[in-house]
Write a protein that binds this ligand. Sequence first.
Ligand SMILES: C[S@@+](CC[C@H](N)C(=O)[O-])C[C@H]1O[C@@H](n2cnc3c(N)ncnc32)[C@H](O)[C@@H]1O
Length: 231
Amino acid sequence: MNIITPTADGSNTLYNETIGEHYHSKHGALQESKHVFIDAGLKFASAGKTEISILEVGFGTGLNFILSHQYCTENNIKLHYTSIEAYPLARNLIEQTGYEAYVPKEIWASFIANYDAALKGTQSLSPLCNLEIPHIQLADFQSTRKFDIIYYDAFSVQHQAEMWSDEIIAHACSFLKAGGTFVTYAITGKLKRAVKANGCMIEKLPGAPGKREMLRAIKAVEDNSDTIYTT
Ligand SMILES: C[S@@+](CC[C@H](N)C(=O)[O-])C[C@H]1O[C@@H](n2cnc3c(N)ncnc32)[C@H](O)[C@@H]1O
């Protein structure tokens, strides 16, 4: 059972009774999503680009998606958004989050209209945005595609330790392009070592309110002729 719960910035989140955790920070769902995924992830990784692909782990309410859609539309960036979700929420619960207040109405309307279909395959929400939500466990997800950005938004290690094991982090990192960006709200020594072991250079950034730090990692460029980052 998921219960709609307000957070400190006035935006709602869901509390998952089975896992015993909220979908977002209690200090502010909207500000966490903007800080970690949009500002540290998308704005950083899409600078100078006209097209971007994002792989998210944990679609949940779609808050990260609608904010990404809005940012890409406003900046004329073509967005390919793939978000793995093992336990999709019912559309009518997503409609009760109040998140429609945070994005232009066309973005919200196209999201709600396409949500159920996106769980079955890729949908075009606008000329600048495709969305697919593979209904699968991360461990079972396979793709020949690689992505520019990974939004790693699993429940915390305290509540879902298997989502932070070395093996599952390696599996997630295998979908990152050379030069691609991995961002998450969490940061632990174990996570830093796991991400580094997968060829990424790590950065500690100030965390969203309520968290001191967060992790951003950049995958090394394999072709030395245009190396930007090295491990
Ligand atoms: C912290 S919430 C994600 C919040 C989401 N990004 C949002 O903006 O609402 C974690 C999500 O991971 C999903 N999840 C849990 N186990 C998973 C697994 N093994 N594979 C993929 N998704 C999983 C949960 O159902 C939940 O939607």
